[in-house]
Ligand binder design. Structure first.
Ligand SMILES: Nc1nc2c(c(=O)[nH]1)N[C@H]1C(S)=C(S)[C@@H](COP(=O)(O)OP(=O)(O)OC[C@H]3O[C@@H](n4cnc5c(=O)[nH]c(N)nc54)[C@H](O)[C@@H]3O)O[C@H]1N2
Ligand SMILES: Nc1nc2c(c(=O)[nH]1)N[C@H]1C(S)=C(S)[C@@H](COP(=O)(O)OP(=O)(O)OC[C@H]3O[C@@H](n4cnc5c(=O)[nH]c(N)nc54)[C@H](O)[C@@H]3O)O[C@H]1N2
Ligand SMILES: [Mo]
Length: 763
């Protein structure tokens, strides 16, 4: 039976009787997706608002979809340029429900802790600043100026600026993010952990070292023209649905699509275009012509097997290798001497499958590899991604039409936030330019990333944690430890649109500052302002909110950051915070002076569709110490669990955006009304004597000890033996804080060693 969790930090249990399990789908989208879009919008928002919102989403004069970072098409855009999950994100933002002062007076923090994440989201939009004063059981309303003063007092009490932590989630606009990092650095710290630390950090590190840029090198046009597309560790049907239309175009123009995923995900198998007659009639365009199901973290071995085949069969672009690369001889020798048996054992794939994939790429040459969290959240993620690059270098498949590297970003502006300086170790050139523009000395010592910030808050009590968006508690690994870290802070402050569990685990004082959402009109002194974002393919464009704000007291993120900065830095700053709060053109002018790639920013971003930032690797210019692209030679590896244990990945259902839960279904995987699920190979279940839907307890193992999660149900699902999967954030209690990717520090959310046993008493 469901009972409140013993701590507000933990997600409550579910009633196991609710869970429904059916057959997984073999294609994504179609009319069911359209109906689901309308259902979410119309049940949650006023009909007129829903219609206005849908018409503004992703239009050139409208606002950027808040769901993912997939780019918008350049030419014609249909009147409904969004997907089912974009519609759910919009519905969650424009909901008619309000979490106002009456709501917080009625429900104590302890009571709210017993609510599910779904219920917390259903509470609706925040309407005015709220404070939880030390020892209080409830949040109460507080004025903006008083809230800023309270925050300023907490900052003022810190003995060292490095006791302040400025977290950023990737939905923040360029303008808000730029001012946020400026506030942090003027306060005196580079402590700017962000969601990227838990997301594509490994991609950035690997690509920067190998090819000199940390961003994807392809455009949407390249995807359309590709000869082969390798989709690795990604579930676009759920997480980047608009990508499916691009893949459909590519397939129709002859691209060979190969999916690499331990699970057979619907959106990789086929696509029913909801705006095409065939799609509406239920005809799916098959996407993946070949589907490889490796072990979790078996990808590096697969890629090494591909490289071995390319080298041994001479399927190489020798001119490219000679002109553009270093390190080929060493790499070549290493892959030649590599044995197939080890590659088969680590990947879980046959030698034949690896060779087949390599030959397909070798014949076509124009290879694009797309990837997301399935590659980035492992111990050897950086090495795996450098292996992706190795394969591309062998083929010369970078910096030419229809070929290149495509890390598919998550949050709609996570890439832009990095460009704006949200990074704990920005390069000297940026810090120097920032200091010059604003007349101060930016701190140079590297700051804390997400994992280091959690440790720091845990070890040294009394710190100040402030967050520009996001849900730090639920996004971070090891929920129990992270909750304790937050509780030990003097102040926790969240700039947010919606209530979430992070707001329920506060430091001595807790503040929630409510902001406008992307869809909402942002008037400053009567003048409408717009913000800018950068998509996964480096296109910077404007986003103009159009709807009436959810409540009159809401302020824009940009204005809140300015208000906070003015209070915290008081007389110490020469930045015109009040001017910036009311004139985002002035912010963009300052950005232009700090970042050379943003020349004529206001003018260029005013053009429909915006502009693309330069990408050196995309032009075969290598911004590396050697001036060349580098082969990277390290021994092949894969994460393995001890005998009797399994490797667990934590992933997303179809009804969530990260920690925001829109519903309890996962339609494409055939799941209804349940999230506390562990998907297991049927034989692994039999070996443990587990019946379908049986209640189980999961224990995770790491060198620092074990962690437990109770009240999960085992669901048989086709995947290689030895692997299993559970939803994020429910399973985050199991992810060890100490287990982070080498060189990037990303928590290894896709390789957690676990044991799964029947719950006591449920035999
Ligand atoms: N609707 C919706 N859209 C979103 C999000 C959302 O939550 N909801 N989140 C956004 C964000 S921030 C991000 S980062 C992206 C996330 O987008 P994804 O990376 O697609 O998200 P995950 O659900 O984590 O899916 C990981 C996929 O990789 C596979 N996988 C896991 N481990 C491995 C592995 O070792 N090897 C291989 N080959 N495959 C593996 C899983 O089976 C799963 O299909 O989506 C963004 N868009
Ligand atoms: N186990 C496990 N953990 C993971 C992952 C995983 O795959 N497995 N994935 C990781 C990844 S890829 C990511 S990106 C992180 C995500 O980590 P975060 O970015 O911290 O989390 P979100 O769930 O995206 O944040 C949702 C909250 O953002 C706020 N919000 C929404 N819109 C706005 C807005 O417009 N402005 C402001 N200021 N606030 C807004 C709302 O209050 C909402 O509750 O989680 C990581 N954690
Ligand atoms: Mo992400």
């Amino acid at each position: 039976m469901p009972k409140p969790a013993d701590s507000p930090a933990l997600t409550p249990l579910e009633d196991p009787a609710d869970l429904r399990v059916g057959e997984p789908s073999t294609s994504a989208a179609g009319t069911t997706a359209v109906l689901s879009s309308f259902r979410h919008l119309l049940t949650r928002a006023e009909p007129l608002r829903a219609m206005q919102g849908m018409l503004g989403l992703n239009q050139k004069d409208g606002f950027d979809c808040m769901s993912c970072a997939w780019p918008d098409p350049e030419g014609h855009r249909s009147a409904f340029e969004f997907c089912e999950n974009g519609a759910k994100a919009l519905a969650s933002e424009i909901t008619r429900e309000r979490a106002d002062r009456a709501f917080f007076a009625k429900h104590s923090i302890a009571e709210l802790g017993g609510w599910s994440d779904y219920e917390l989201d259903q509470a609706g939009r925040l309407t005015e600043p709220m404070v939880r004063r030390a020892g209080a059981s409830h949040y109460e309303a507080i004025g903006w100026e008083e809230a800023f003063a309270l925050a300023a007092k907490a900052f003022g009490g810190l003995e060292d600026p490095n006791r302040a932590i400025f977290y950023t989630s990737g939905r923040a606009s360029n303008e808000a993010a730029f001012l946020w990092q400026l506030l942090a650095r003027q306060f005196g710290t580079n402590n700017l952990p962000d969601c990227s630390n838990m997301c594509h950090e490994s991609s950035g590190v690997a690509m920067k070292e190998s090819v000199g840029v940390g961003k994807g090198t392809v455009t949407l046009e390249d995807i359309h023209q590709a000869g082969m597309i390798l989709l690795m560790g990604q579930n676009p049907g759920t997480n980047h649905p608009r990508m499916l239309s691009a893949l459909q175009v590519a397939v129709r123009q002859g691209a060979h699509v190969v999916a690499v995923n331990p699970l057979r995900e619907a959106g990789l198998l086929g696509f029913k275009h909801p705006q095409e007659v065939g799609g509406v009639l239920g005809q799916a365009t098959p996407l993946a012509a070949d589907y490889l199901q490796p072990n979790l973290n078996g990808d590096m071995a697969l890629l090494r097997g591909m490289a071995k085949t390319l080298v041994e069969e001479g399927l190489l672009d020798r001119d490219f290798i000679a002109v553009h690369t270093v390190g080929f001889e060493l790499y070549e020798a290493s892959v030649r001497s590599q044995g197939w048996e080890e590659l088969e054992a680590l990947s879980g794939l046959s030698r034949e499958a690896m060779q087949r994939t390599a030959r397909a790429a070798g014949e076509r040459k124009r290879l694009i590899t797309c990837w997301a969290m399935g590659l980035t959240q492992h111990r050897n993620a950086v090495a795996t991604l450098r292996e992706v690059v190795n394969v591309h270098l062998l083929l010369g498949a970078i910096g030419k039409p229809g070929a290149g590297l495509c890390p598919v970003r998550g949050h709609s502006n996570v890439q832009g936030d990095r460009t704006m300086g949200i990074f704990e170790k920005m390069p000297e050139s940026f810090l120097e330019a920032l200091g010059r523009e604003f007349g101060f000395e930016a701190p140079r010592a590297h700051g804390l990333d997400t994992v280091a910030a959690i440790r720091s808050m845990h070890e040294a009590p009394g710190q100040v944690f402030v967050a520009l968006g996001g849900n730090f508690l639920q996004a971070a690994p090891d929920t129990v430890y992270t909750a304790e870290a937050l509780r030990r802070c003097g102040l926790t402050l969240h700039i947010a649109t919606k209530l979430n569990r992070s707001h329920l685990v506060t430091g001595g004082t807790g503040l929630i500052l409510p902001c406008l959402g992307r869809s909402e009109e942002d008037l400053r002194g009567g003048v409408p302002q717009f913000v800018t974002v950068e998509d996964s393919m480096s296109v910077v464009h404007a986003s103009r909110g159009q709807l009436r704000p959810a409540a009159p007291a809401l302020r824009s993120e940009t204005a809140i950051v300015c208000g906070l900065a003015a209070a915290v830095l008081a007389g110490r700053s020469r930045v015109p915070w009040a001017v910036f709060a009311d004139d985002y053109n002035a912010v963009r002018d300052a950005i232009e002076r700090v970042l050379p790639d943003f020349k004529d920013f206001n003018e260029r971003v005013g053009q429909p569709g915006g502009f693309r930032l330069p990408n050196a690797a995309g032009r075969r210019v290598w911004d590396t110490p050697t001036g060349k692209a580098g082969f990277h030679t390290v021994p092949v590896s894969a994460f393995r669990a001890a005998a009797g244990h399994l490797v667990l990945q934590t992933f997303r259902s179809h009804d969530q955006f990260n920690t925001t839960i829109y519903g309890n279904n996962d339609r494409y995987r055939g799941i209804g009304q349940g999230r506390r699920i562990v998907f297991m190979n049927p034989q692994d279940m039999r070996d443990r004597g587990l019946r379908p839907l049986q209640l189980v307890d999961i224990t995770s193992y790491w060198s620092d000890g074990t962690r437990e999660a109770a009240g999960f149900q085992a669901v048989p699902y086709e995947m290689p033996p030895g692997n299993c999967a559970a939803y994020y954030p429910e399973a985050n209690v199991l992810v060890p804080l100490g287990s982070a990717a080498e060189h990037s520090g990303t928590p290894t959310s896709k390789s957690v060693e676990v044991s799964v046993v029947a719950s006591v008493g449920t035999g």
